[in-house]
Ligand binder design. Structure first.
Ligand code: SF4
Length: 644
């Protein structure tokens, strides 16, 4: 029977790079019905095709690119693309998303998913065009930076609108946190998915398409969509949306510093005295020259910058987001905003994750301060805090894996192992992923978010902004009146296990639908009922109009991704925080004295998740309830299932 659902392109490409074969296949009905798309479907594919014996940089690893039913259709914000594989930086589940126009274009070119297996004997790229998928020679593109490659592809195919996802030299060279740069200034940044592409000799994917996406019941879908979009107009969100539209995520530098959560000096503290120098007003007044939106987005948070003159003159180009301002700024005690623009842009063009790159440099600066490394280790570079010349040079050396740059190209966990001694104490990561721009000593639930996130210390799988922004009505509606006061207290661990589990499930749907988190995370407009309203009329999958089914699907995806990690050996001991964030009380700033009570929050989280407190493993009854019997059987064989 042919694929029955609408809202999807209806096909995927399964590509054997070793043999140079492209297989175009019809979408699997059960992928859509049970896992929706994006992250959920990728979890199913990677569960079946990779495991403990898969070396992430070998031809055995599998790279999945995925869209979802809401990608590229009338829904704001819907211009996203998901990438997933077993991660080379962490050795566990790796997933990253990028905005722009690439995701929708892949769908218009006729594909919901692209699966890459094997390794091409020589560099190639994939061209997707109106139902066709073709591997083409990339020998001329290899070694070049992402903007040059995009220009060359556009010229080659005489299509200035060609959408691209490209790796830079860093991905080719095996830097473990290489990103996939999308449409030149957006990135699937985290966890080294660009490194996986590089290991496959895959330089990029280019897409152009004119195929439409049909709705099952267009009138009903438009009506449901209008109702959801109307929610964005609620005056409650005016400030949040206004700040995103006016400042993009740069506003977070000020907001987060104000509560003492801004990683500063390699997470030594959460308050940066010079935050104004790298903050929203400085950027808006001196450098911001425009604002852009991803496909179909009514928010439009991406800003364009230009540095007019001086050593770092450049632009127009996509401006660094909050995380890059933090990583190369406060984290390294660097208040030279123009150098941050420069390093952010160099990372885009070289194809490196700005967070891991900046965090790894900050880690090295602290080792320098402590005398654990000296000029002998750094090839003569002075790594004093805020030394812009050394930072700029290190970015280039990391991308080339040259000298000390090679040590730092492996991320903080592996670099600490190589350097030895007490270096590990200053490596701020979970599961090998450098912590993003949040300090859990100033916001308890972020500690739990970092600990339980399947890809490591990152806020994007379950960050709750409810407490921080203080929407009591919404918290009360979602979690009940008696818990509201404690939930709104960002320094209290109470009920945070329930909140993080709930948000993790919600984001599992967002990442499978595949849409942007703004509108769900900040401000918290969309909830499970959004999916209950829009998925069924769009796709014709009638079960999705049942809220219980929607929530079960969300839990199914969360559990499958967690089980993927368990099978690789992840247990409660890995769902923890680095010593700095767990044992060193916040020394300065508004959150002075703060420490997350990670153990209490984890206990509650495991209870709500249906897992064992001691190991973190899931209960068989929970997996069976979610239709994950095949997962329960596999984990049981490995003694990785909880006692009932
Ligand atoms: S909110 Fe920003 S990142 Fe999200 S889709 Fe819109 S422009 Fe893109």
């Amino acid at each position: 029977m042919s694929f029955p659902y609408k809202g999807y392109a209806g096909h995927y490409a399964d590509i054997d790079l070793t043999k140079g074969k492209v297989h175009k296949r019809e979408m699997e009905k059960e992928w859509a019905r049970l896992y929706l798309g994006g992250s959920g479907v990728a979890a199913k594919i990677l569960w079946e095709s990779t495991g403990p014996d898969t070396d992430p940089l070998s031809p055995d690893n599998v790279l999945v690119l995925g869209t979802g039913p809401l990608t590229g259709v009338m829904f704001s914000p819907s211009g996203r693309m998901m990438f997933a594989a077993k991660g080379p930086l962490t050795g566990v589940w790796a997933e990253s998303h990028a905005g722009g126009f690439f995701g929708p274009e892949v769908k218009y070119a006729g594909f919901d998913f692209i699966i890459f297996r094997g390794r091409a004997p020589t560099p190639v790229y994939l061209l997707l065009r109106d139902g066709e998928a073709e591997l083409l020679d990339a020998s001329d593109l290899w070694g070049r930076e992402t903007n040059v490659v995009t220009d060359m592809m556009r010229e080659e195919h005489k299509d200035p609108e060609l959408k691209t996802a490209i790796i830079g030299p860093a991905g080719e060279n095996g830097v473990l946190y290489s990103c996939i740069t999308v449409d030149i200034y957006r990135a699937a940044g985290r966890a080294g998915l660009g490194t996986v592409m590089g290991s496959k000799n895959l330089k990029g994917i280019a897409a152009t398409g004119s195929l439409g996406i049909e709705a099952y019941d267009l009138d009903k879908y438009l009506e449901a969509n209008d109702k959801e979009m109307e929610k964005l107009n609620n005056p409650l969100w005016t400030d949040s949306l206004g700040s995103l539209r006016n400042y993009g995520t740069t506003d977070l530098v000020a907001v987060i510093n104000e509560i003492g959560r801004l990683p500063t000096k390699n997470h030594w503290t959460g308050f940066y005295d010079d935050a104004d120098d790298i903050g929203p007003e400085t950027i808006a007044e001196n450098y911001r020259i425009g604002q852009e939106a991803c496909h179909g987005c009514s928010i439009g948070c991406k800003y364009i910058y230009r540095v007019k003159d001086g050593r770092f003159a450049y632009g127009p180009a996509g401006g660094p987001e909050y995380e890059s301002l933090m990583a190369f700024g406060s984290n390294c005690l660097n208040n030279d905003i123009e150098s941050i623009f420069h390093m952010g842009t160099r990372c885009d063009l070289l194809g490196m994750d700005t967070i891991s790159c900046g965090k790894t440099i900050g880690f090295a600066m602290e080792l320098w301060e402590k005398g654990i490394i000296t000029e002998k280790d750094t090839d003569g570079l002075d790594l004093s805090w805020g030394n812009v010349d050394s930072m700029v040079e290190l970015v280039e050396r990391i991308a080339k894996r040259e000298g000390f740059g090679d040590v730092l190209s492996k991320g903080v966990r592996k670099a600490a192992e190589i350097i030895g001694g007490d270096a590990w104490k200053y490596a701020v990561h979970v599961k090998g992923l450098e912590a993003s721009g949040q300090d859990p000593r100033a916001h308890q639930s972020i500690g739990l978010t970092y600990a339980t996130n399947v890809r490591g210390a990152d806020h994007l799988r379950s960050l709750s902004s409810l407490e921080e922004l203080g929407y009591p009505d919404i918290v009360e509606r979602r979690f009940g009146k008696e818990k509201t006061k404690a939930i709104l207290d960002i320094m209290s661990p109470k009920h945070k296990g329930e909140v993080v589990k709930d948000i993790e499930d919600l984001y599992a749907l967002v990442d499978s639908a595949v849409i942007c988190k703004y509108g769900t995370m900040w401000p918290p407009v969309f909830y499970f009922d959004t999916f209950e309203s829009v998925i069924a009329p769009l796709t014709g999958m009638q079960e999705w109009s049942n809220l219980r089914f929607v929530k079960q699907a969300a839990e199914r995806i969360s559990h499958l991704r967690r089980a993927y990690n368990h099978r690789l050996g992840v247990t409660r001991k890995d769902e923890n925080l680095p010593i700095r964030l767990k044992e060193e009380a916040m020394p300065t700033g508004p959150a002075k004295g703060g420490l997350p009570d990670i153990d209490e929050m984890l206990d509650e989280y495991y209870d709500f998740r249906g897992c064992d407190r001691e190991t973190g493993f899931p209960k068989k009854s929970k997996l069976n309830e979610l239709g994950l019997e095949y997962v329960a059987k596999d984990l049981a064989k490995r003694n990785m299932i909880a006692k009932e």
